[in-house]
Design a protein around this ligand. Structure first.
Ligand code: NAP
Length: 350
């Protein structure tokens, strides 16, 4: 059997694509990735990056707090009578992803909890090989495999993930544990500048730990940080260890001079943010789709999700090193579904 649409990836982009293609009767088959320890450890689990975060407060439609009380008390009675009863307290990343997954399944998306190991886009129908060695034929493919945050690889970073260690200030920075406390950001690029500037709104102080004596960031973003009285840059410094305990999570970060390895300093901190770049999950593509200089898939038609291979579309963070938000990923997943549907229709497949 040749599939009309295969979706690879199970973050917001993948499920949005699944919801739209299944509602278009394209009977999508979605590969959500294998639930292996290795995939979790490298930050590429099924359901994507939101599966490894906590509260989500910025996804439209899911305000923090008691949704049911909000709907009961704050919505006008005339509108209220058209709404189904709800319950629950805001939404967490894993909950939001389970809801999206269920929504895709409700419309008939078939889900395989496996990785796609390799693809062959040189012939049509395309051929996709699963990790079990099975070959899947597909008329169109939506690549929505996301990107993973880079960490330094310290054991202590892993130990305190979701307990003070994060790679996304915009997602996690406003959480209560970070408010009015000192925080550490590692990196010297635009992300580190953006994250430290953002965190300085909540934190009592932000340390930027950078391995050189010169920032990589653009001048305007660097200046904003250097002029911010709440931010102190620790130059020529590397992270030695994230310190903490199982009850409090991160309590401090030990840094080491990159000029004199015997020099260490302990910075009291309630949070540690890695801002040393992201890596798009494209290895399985074997270089068959055009990428930009940073390794992200390129959209070859402006404002469309087309890739360099006709019939293959890309959505979400795998093709976006700029916005990287759940809502933008979901939006581009919808776009990819509509693009695939229209492309298939133009080929005579409905
Ligand atoms: P980046 O520009 O690649 O910078 C990564 C930073 O992390 C560099 O300063 C690098 O140090 C440091 N780093 C990398 N590996 C490290 C390691 N193992 N140990 C210690 N430090 C390490 O990545 P980015 O900041 O995520 O930015 C990615 C792209 O997105 C850039 O093109 C950026 O302009 C763009 N961006 C734009 C905005 C904006 O305009 N609002 C915001 C965020 C990102 P070295 O400098 O020593 O190499």
């Amino acid at each position: 059997m040749t599939e009309k649409v295969v979706i690879i990836g199970s973050g917001p982009a993948g499920w949005a694509a699944a919801i739209y293609t299944s509602r278009a009767n394209l009977e999508p088959l979605l590969f959500e990735g294998a639930a292996t320890q290795e995939n979790f450890d490298i930050g590429r689990p099924p359901l994507g990056q939101l599966a490894i975060t906590t509260e989500v407060e910025n996804y439209p439609g899911f305000p923090a707090g008691d949704l049911s009380a909000y709907l009961d008390n704050s919505i006008d009675e005339k509108k209220r009578k058209y709404m189904a009863p709800h319950s629950g307290e805001g939404v967490s990343g894993p909950e939001l992803m389970e809801l999206m997954r269920q929504q895709g399944i409700n419309f008939g998306t078939r889900v395989r909890t496996e990785d796609i190991e390799s693809v062959d886009f040189s012939e049509h129908p395309f051929k996709l090989t699963t990790q079990g060695g099975e070959t899947i034929e597909a008329l169109s493919v939506i690549v929505a495999t996301g990107a993973r945050a880079n960490y330094l690889g310290l054991e202590s970073e892993n130990r305190f993930k979701n307990m003070g260690v994060s790679a996304c200030a915009v997602c996690d920075g406003a959480l209560p544990r970070f408010r009015d406390n000192p925080l550490v950001v590692v990196g010297g690029g635009d992300s580190a500048m953006e994250e430290s500037d953002y965190l300085s709104k909540f934190a009592s102080k932000v340390y930027v730990v950078h391995r050189r004596d010169e920032l990589r960031a653009s001048k305007i973003m660097a200046d904003r940080v250097l002029e911010n009285p709440k931010i102190e840059v620790k130059w020529n410094s590397v992270i030695d260890e994230v310190l903490g305990d199982d009850v409090n999570g991160v309590t401090a970060v030990r840094i080491r001079s990159s000029k004199d390895e015997s020099q260490t300093e302990e910075l009291e901190a309630a949070g540690y943010f890695a801002a040393i770049g992201h890596t798009p999950n494209t290895d399985f593509l074997g270089g068959q789709l055009e990428m930009n200089e940073k390794g992200y898939l390129t959209w070859t038609v402006p404002f469309r999700t087309n890739t360099s291979v006709e019939g293959v579309f890309a959505a979400g963070d795998v093709a976006d090193d700029y916005y990287r938000q759940a809502i933008t990923a979901a939006g581009s997943g919808c776009m990819a579904a509509l693009d695939a549907e229209r492309w298939l229709a133009a080929q005579g497949h409905h």
